[in-house]
Design a protein around this ligand. Structure first.
Ligand SMILES: O=C(O)C(=O)C[C@]1(C(=O)O)C=C[C@@H](O)C=C1
Length: 376
């Protein structure tokens, strides 16, 4: 059968017609969902600030369900990755139709936080670049941005300390988690031999230690607030380079000296989406708790952790930070899987933890997002 180009294009035109009608039908339903959410929010509001619209239109658990459905229904030839990218944008437009949403991220443009934010929220929402992780928290706390995206931990370098420390002091809640594969590039305006100084975020420098030891031993390493700030600084100096995201080459006019310089190729960073509220339970949630330990009771931490075992809860992360209240006094972070913060099980866990631990608090509760299921 000979293939006729004009006829095939007519088929595409007719399919586009149907797609546009269907997309607008979907958008109309989304507008109605937005109205329903506002109604529900007004019904539960105490009427203190009627002019403020605190309605949450970003529902991570529902998005996870939509992506799972899209992949399940996909007959091909479109790859799941491509179909999910299309759906990312459909839902981004859907969010923007329901409400003007501003997302704070650790900038400037070109950072891995920016990348993670765009992949999570798509092109139709608005973004606000922040100078530091603390600024992202503040933008959300003060209500300038409804959502913020902060790095939490990296598969090579471990926890992102400024994020943990902000959780200790802040009232923001974790609403969602997301994962980003991270590949680092060495970018500069000069040649590799002429580089005298390398800028990057400390966590990024920690991810490229082997490369730096083998290629730039003894060179000055300058930590900065983000990898994209590093690129910005390197673009203004003659003999400097930055370790950052590949996209920074175009954004800041730098050349690629080395690609994929991270110590492990499966390098991944986990980010949290923070907000003033977490969302309703889904089929599979995780909860991050924070507490201090009463050291007057011997074995208090051990007894505290046993509470999770007694309730059959798997711990997926444990970390500690100095409380800053007094020396050698720690705040513990414990993440457990299979439980939502509003569940009865969690109320019991918190009650039982209270026997051994002080100031038990839920930092956030969010749909369990397996990195391998993220196809966008
Ligand atoms: O189901 C909702 O709550 C919606 O607002 C709809 C929708 C979608 O377009 O499918 C949009 C945004 C949410 O984050 C999740 C899903």
């Amino acid at each position: 059968m000979s293939l006729n180009l004009p006829t095939l294009r007519q088929q595409i035109d007719s399919l586009d017609h149907k797609l546009i009608t269907l997309l607008n039908e979907r958008a109309q339903v989304s507008l109605d969902i937005g109205a329903a959410k506002r109604q529900a929010a007004a019904a539960t509001s105490n009427g203190d600030s009627p002019e403020e619209d605190n309605t949450h239109v970003y529902i991570p658990g529902r998005e996870k369900q939509v992506f799972e459905k899209v992949m399940r229904l996909n007959p091909g030839p479109l790859a799941n990755e491509n179909l999910c990218a299309i759906y990312r944008e459909i839902m981004s437009a859907s969010i923007a139709l329901q409400k003007d949403v501003l997302v704070a991220y650790l900038g400037p443009v070109g950072s891995f936080s920016h990348d993670a934010s765009m992949k999570r929220f798509g092109d139709s929402v608005q973004y606000a670049s922040q100078g530091t992780i603390a600024d992202v928290f503040e933008a959300v706390e003060r209500g300038r941005c409804q959502y913020g995206v902060v790095p939490f931990e990296n598969s090579i370098a471990g926890s992102v300390v400024p994020t943990l420390d902000k959780f200790i002091k802040s009232k923001v809640k974790i609403r969602a988690e997301t994962y980003l594969p991270v590949h680092h590039y060495l970018l500069s305006k000069t040649s590799a031999e002429a580089v005298r100084r390398v800028y990057s975020h400390p966590v990024a420098l920690a991810q490229c230690q082997t490369f730096l030891k083998n290629n730039f031993k003894g060179i000055e390493l300058v930590p900065c607030a983000s990898t994209s700030e590093a690129a910005q600084l390197a673009s203004k100096e003659k003999f400097a380079a930055a370790i950052c995201n590949k996209v920074c080459a175009d954004i800041y006019g730098l050349d690629i000296l080395h690609a994929d310089i991270e110590d492990q190729q499966d390098n991944t960073t986990r980010f949290f989406i923070i907000s003033d509220a977490w969302d309703a339970p889904t089929a599979s949630d995780k909860t991050l708790l924070m507490f201090t330990v009463d050291h007057r009771l011997p074995g208090a931490l051990c007894d505290g952790l046993k509470v999770f075992k007694d309730h059959n809860l798997n711990l997926t992360k444990i970390d500690s930070r100095p409380s800053l209240l007094k020396p050698w006094h720690y705040v513990f972070f414990v993440e457990c899987a299979g439980v939502h913060g509003d569940s009865e099980v969690m109320s019991t866990v918190i009650e039982e933890l209270g026997k051994y631990c002080l100031d038990v608090k839920i930092v956030g509760t969010y749909p369990d997002q397996r990195p391998q299921d993220l196809h966008y």
